[in-house]
Design a protein around this ligand. Structure first.
Ligand code: DX5
Ligand code: ZN
Length: 222
């Protein structure tokens, strides 16, 4: 089963509630929520207040992607604000196992995010605490960048690890991809092993010409 997670980073923030309602009505499965702190990444976006504000707008799981350092002290705030999934970058946490535990203890699903050059071995000793593995296919910080093709072989390697773990444990960890996902490359990305697809500019960019129904056609095509 595949999941589409539109990133609201590319939405019209003046009409955020409507944008979310519209993409979910068009078939979005999750809402991807990019949190940037102008420290771990060179951009500044949205925090728990906005998460809390959109929580009543949709039943769809809110997938919080933390690009912040430090990680731990913001986790409870997002859990209280209604996040369902919280992922973070291992380089931004002093204690990866502890951060994953904090997320799960707060009732959310937990995940690690791998930058294009971050090795997959960060997941090795924490598989039991992972619900999601998120591979970045661009360097984090901005929407609208180009998919880095080397990510495809990394996806295959992550798929192998996740499948080997599932065979042993019976637990299925989701494999999510984030950055540069478009209608014309998503099939190839799916073949490489991803099951959950973040798409920001591909989805919200399509509505910019004033025709919100284009969300349907893009999400349908993804
Ligand atoms: C980048 C963010 C992505 C971004 C994806 O740092 O994590 O979620 O919004 O946007 P597109 O799909 O435009 O690459
Ligand atoms: Zn993201």
């Amino acid at each position: 089963m595949y999941r589409i997670a539109p990133s609201i980073l590319s939405a019209d923030f003046a009409r955020l509630g409507e944008e979310i309602t519209r993409v979910v009505a068009s078939g979005a499965d999750w809402i991807h929520f990019d949190v940037m702190d102008n420290h771990y990444v060179p951009n500044l976006t949205i925090g728990p207040l906005v998460c809390e504000a959109i929580r009543p707008v949709t039943q769809a799981p809110i997938d919080v992607h933390l690009m912040v350092k430090p990680v731990d002290r913001i986790i409870p705030d997002f859990a209280r604000a209604g996040a369902d999934v919280i992922t973070f970058h291992p380089e931004a946490s002093e204690h990866i196992d502890r951060s994953l535990g904090l997320i799960r203890d707060s009732g959310c699903r937990a995940g690690l995010v791998f930058n294009p050059a971050t090795p997959l071995h960060y997941m090795d000793h924490v598989m039991d605490k992972l619900d999601v593995v998120l591979l970045m296919s661009v360097n984090p910080g901005f929407g609208g960048q180009k998919f880095i093709p080397e990510t495809l072989s990394k996806l295959r390697a992550a798929r192998d690890r996740i499948d080997a773990y599932a065979a042993k444990s019976g637990r299925r960890i989701l494999l999510e991809i984030d950055g540069g996902v478009k209608v014309d490359n998503i099939a190839e990305i799916a073949r490489a092993g991803a099951d959950t697809f973040v798409a920001g500019s591909a989805v919200f960019g399509a509505g910019r010409d004033g025709d919100p129904n284009r969300y349907d056609s893009v999400i349908g095509a993804l």
